[in-house]
Each structure stands twice: as structure tokens, then as C-alpha cells.
Design a binder for this molecule. Structure first.
Ligand SMILES: [Zn+2]
Length: 533
């Protein structure tokens, strides 16, 4: 007999044993796919072993959270039975159980399910599901009070979490590519991923707090004294960190072109989020970082809607991914493929391509002010080396793979810095375009990066760390402005203010301020240009 059924066991012992069994016997497909990406040789062997430990920790945490005094056995048995079937379906059909699949399963009738039965499936079900379930059912569990249970669970979860974090940080380069580049691998983690999907499905089904579009700034009008017309180009950068921007005193001059221009440089500028999907919608929204909430922002108009209502011509050109919902109601042009972008090579479309034909757009709008947003590919990682033409490869050698674990820190940094050199030239060309329009327009450029980037400090790479604990490198971003000859802004006042702390919360109000839009949603204290007027 494998187990003595007479001696009572602690609940945590049973949970850990079930988790161990699931990791070893129900995750064959997970480890098969992992070993395809990380062939079992050299350092990869240790990494895959570490992955098994992390998977065990995650499974223990999930089971600990779900199983309580009276639900312990039913929950473990249900998970064992379902996981045995999930293991079979993943193995036989190479499917993953995500929220759409759960919807399919719930909408499939029993007859179709019976049709799918096979001998192999029965074997999986009996060996991985039924037999362990019977064992769990017959075990005696040591009774414990609610207080004891909570304390015990906190201990188990704390230790598992600590263990997983230590392992992840020890292999941080591998885990960066695992989480970033090989996202689909984790869909095969059994039972963690399908349990997550059930939660996701339930959350999507039962929460619809926002619908439609809440209007803002319905009173927006352009100030009557608006002469000459205004032309603003707003460049939303990608993943540039403050301290690698030459103008901010970096040891390498990564911004030689901007240095030649009359630039206002905001040296203490922070982002709203640590990833594009948060920062971009947040900076255009009226909420600011403190009050920003994804669903609410998606269902509320943003500053572009207010500008458009006031009569401004608004154009969004996209070379990053998409506008994250910001440009849904303004003119939008996609520059990510050679269909529109004339500067693409080897599948990589250059940011400069967004400038092609821009003069024609300006000429085609003889009335009203103009705001153009250029959403850059910028320093999108981890394949920094792809983000610039060969002539910008000033710092060498560079990391030529998206597997950061195969490169040294210097190679990664070199590729990253070359990319900033390219953005520097791109921005100087934006300024050049504005200069040629200086006679007809009051011109201005505002460049700000959406978030920063980690380059290996403390084992962290890329971005997207939770804001409250993210390093400064991911939150402190470059932000610069340039104005044409019609500008009446007091540069000395601005230069002093630019040294103070500002954030992306100011974008909404700065755009309204520069364009002279009068509306009740405008807050002058958040307008970066307010002090210079
Ligand atoms: Zn980004």
C-alpha cells in the first residue's frame, strides 16, 4: 500500500503531494514544448529543472488558495479529474484550455463529448484522475481550527512564493525570454492555466461596468484670438529610458541632432505605466495615473476627441502596434506594413516612413489647426538591433538575437543605444518638417517616451514590472519640446520649470493649452506651457 490511510495527514501535506503528482505526471506537453524552445543541453537543463520547481510552487499556491477545510477533498478531486482530461486533450490535440475553449466546452452538448472518447482518454482519466482521486478520498485529514488553517496557508504560500522568486531571479535572463518571447508555453501549465482561464472567463462574463462612450469637454471651443494657425506634432516614443538619452547627461551622446536644436528638456518626467497598453491610453485620458482604470478609460473620450470637437484636424500615424483605443474616432493610418510605409526592409518598417507624405497632409488641410500624433516603434525590445538602419550602428558589438540570455550586458546596451541614435535623427527630421511650415503656422513638437526599460539591472530586462515596485529605469522617461519662430513662450521660465517633477498626466492639458482650446476639463496647473505664458 502506497499510503497508510489510518494515520491523519496535515491538509498541506496532501496539497503538496497532489501538486507534485500533477507537475510530474500531468505536464508532459508543457515540458515537451519547453524542451523544443530550450533544447536540453548545457545551461538549459538547469533552467528546465528550475521551471519544474516554479511550476510546483505555483500549483501549490493555487491549490492552497482553493482548498479549505470542507472543500479540500472535493476541490482536489475535481482538479485531479479535470486535469487528467486536460492532459489528454493537450497531448492528443495540442490544444490549450483558454477562456474561449471553456466557452466552447460549456456550449458543447454531451453527445459530442461522448463521441470524443477513446481508449487513450480512458487510460489518462483512470491513471491520472480516478486512482489519485480515490486515494485522496480515503485519506484522513488532521482537523484544524479556522485560525490554524489560515496561518498554515499563509506559511505555505509565503514559502512557495519566496522559493519561486528566488529561482526566477537566479535564472532571470531565461525567465525574461520565457515570459516575454515564449508566452504560449505557459498555456500548457496544467492545472494553473485552465484554472486561470476559468477565472478569466467568469470575470469577463459577469463584469460589464462600463458601456458606450462617456463624453468629456463638450464645451470645447478654440479661443478666438488663435492666429496664426497651429501645427503640433506629438511623438509618442517607445521604451526609451531617461538616463540613456544624451541630453540628460548620458556618457554617450545618443542625441547629437537634438543637441543642435533649441530644445526644452524635461529632466524629471515620469510615465503613467510601465507598458504601452497602460501608458498610452492613460496619457491621453483625463484621469491621470492615480485615477486611471483601463475599462473606464476605454469607455471615456480622450483629449483627441476634445480637440476634434473644437475643430482641430487630428491625424494618428501608427508604427508601434495600435493606438490602444486612443485614436478610434480620429483619422488613423497604419505604417507597420509596406502597404503604406515606403521605408520597410526585411519586415521592419522605419519610423521615418511616417514622415513620408506628411507635408501633403498638411497642405490638404488649408483650414483649422492641426495635431499629428506619430506613434513610434522606437526602442521596442528585445530585438533592439532590428530597430535602426545599419548606418546607425555606432556602438558595437551588438546583441543580434531576441534571446537576451545569449548576450552580454554590453551587447544589449550597445544595440539599445544605437536605437536612441536613430530616434534622435527621426526627431530632428520632425523638427525639420515643422521648420518648413514655420511661415504659415505656430509650430511645436512634443516628444515623450511611453515608459522606460530595464537593461539587466538586478536581473531585470524589458519593462512591464508592477508600477509600485518597478525600478526608476522603467518609469523615468525622456520628454522634450521644440517650438517654431511664432512661439511666444518664455523660454527662461520654461527652462526652470522643466527641471521640476512632471508626469504624463500633463499631456492632456498641455495639448489643450498649446492649441488654445477653452473647455471646463482643462486644468492650467497641469499644462506644461502654463508657466511660460
Ligand atoms: Zn511601450
Amino acid at each position: 500500500m502506497l499510503f497508510s490511510f489510518s494515520k491523519p495527514l496535515k491538509a498541506r501535506t496532501v496539497v503538496i503531494a497532489v501538486a507534485l503528482m500533477l507537475v510530474i505526471f500531468a505536464n508532459g506537453v508543457f515540458f515537451k514544448h519547453v524542451s523544443e524552445v530550450y533544447p536540453l543541453a548545457g545551461g538549459n537543463i538547469l533552467f528546465v529543472l528550475s521551471l519544474a520547481i516554479v511550476l510546483l510552487c505555483v500549483t501549490v499556491i493555487v491549490l492552497t488558495l482553493l482548498s479549505w477545510r470542507y472543500t479540500l477533498k472535493p476541490v482536489l478531486i475535481a482538479i485531479l479529474l479535470v486535469s487528467s482530461l486536460v492532459a489528454y486533450f493537450m497531448d492528443a490535440y495540442d490544444v490549450v484550455i483558454d477562456n474561449h475553449m471553456i466557452q466552447n466546452l460549456l456550449e458543447t452538448n454531451i453527445k459530442e463529448s461522448v463521441d470524443l472518447l477513446s481508449l487513450k482518454q480512458v487510460l489518462y482519466f483512470v491513471l491520472l484522475g480516478v486512482i489519485p482521486s480515490v486515494i485522496v478520498y480515503r485519506l484522513k485529514i488532521k482537523p484544524s481550527s479556522f485560525k490554524e488553517t489560515v496561518i498554515d496557508k499563509a506559511k505555505v504560500i509565503g514559502i512557495a512564493l519566496l522559493f519561486a522568486l528566488v529561482v526566477i531571479f537566479s535564472f532571470s535572463k531565461y525567465y525574461t525570454s520565457f515570459f516575454r518571447e515564449h508566452k504560449p508555453l505557459r498555456y500548457y501549465a496544467n492545472p494553473a492555466y485552465y484554472l486561470y482561464s476559468i477565472g478569466h472567463y467568469a470575470a469577463e462574463t459577469f463584469s460589464h461596468p462600463y458601456s458606450g462612450m462617456a463624453p468629456i469637454g463638450q464645451d470645447a471651443v478654440i479661443s478666438p484670438a488663435n492666429e496664426p494657425r497651429k501645427l503640433m506634432i506629438l511623438v509618442v516614443g517607445e521604451a526609451v529610458r531617461w538616463d540613456h538619452f544624451g541630453l540628460n547627461g548620458y556618457a554617450r551622446d545618443t542625441t547629437p541632432q537634438l543637441r543642435k536644436e533649441d530644445i526644452i528638456n524635461f529632466t524629471q518626467f515620469t510615465s503613467c505605466g510601465t507598458e504601452t497598453a497602460v501608458s498610452v491610453p492613460c496619457m491621453f485620458s483625463p484621469f491621470g495615473r492615480e485615477h486611471y482604470e483601463k475599462e473606464q478609460a476605454l469607455h471615456t473620450e480622450n483629449v483627441l476627441d476634445v480637440l476634434k470637437r473644437a475643430g482641430v484636424n487630428v491625424l494618428w500615424r501608427e508604427n508601434n502596434s495600435d493606438s490602444k483605443g486612443v485614436a478610434k474616432r480620429v483619422q488613423f493610418e497604419d505604417y507597420q506594413t509596406s502597404e503604406k510605409n515606403t521605408m520597410c526592409e526585411d519586415g521592419e518598417c522605419r519610423d521615418e516612413g511616417m514622415l513620408v507624405g506628411l507635408q501633403e497632409y498638411i497642405d490638404a488641410h488649408p483650414k483649422g489647426d492641426i495635431v499629428i500624433i506619430l506613434h513610434q516603434m522606437g526602442n521596442h525590445g528585445p530585438a533592439y538591433y532590428k530597430r535602426y538602419p545599419k548606418s546607425f550602428e555606432k556602438y558595437t558589438p551588438v546583441c543580434k538575437t531576441n534571446q537576451l540570455e545569449q548576450c552580454s550586458k554590453d551587447e544589449i546596451t550597445n544595440a539599445y543605444d544605437n536605437t536612441i541614435l536613430y530616434t534622435d535623427t527621426f526627431l530632428s527630421k520632425v523638427i525639420g518638417l515643422l521648420k518648413t511650415n514655420d511661415k504659415d503656422f505656430a509650430t511645436g513638437m512634443f516628444y515623450l517616451s511611453d515608459h522606460g526599460e530595464s537593461l539587466g539591472e538586478n536581473g531585470l530586462y524589458l519593462h512591464g514590472f508592477p508600477y509600485s515596485i518597478a525600478p526608476e529605469a522603467q518609469k523615468h522617461v525622456p520628454a522634450v519640446m521644440w517650438f517654431g519662430k511664432h512661439s511666444t513662450i518664455d523660454k527662461a521660465q520654461m527652462a526652470a520649470s522643466a527641471k521640476e517633477a512632471h508626469s504624463q498626466d500633463s499631456l492632456f492639458h498641455t495639448l489643450l493649452g498649446f492649441m488654445d482650446v477653452n473647455t471646463s476639463v482643462y486644468q492650467p496647473e497641469l499644462d506644461l506651457l502654463h508657466v511660460g505664458r
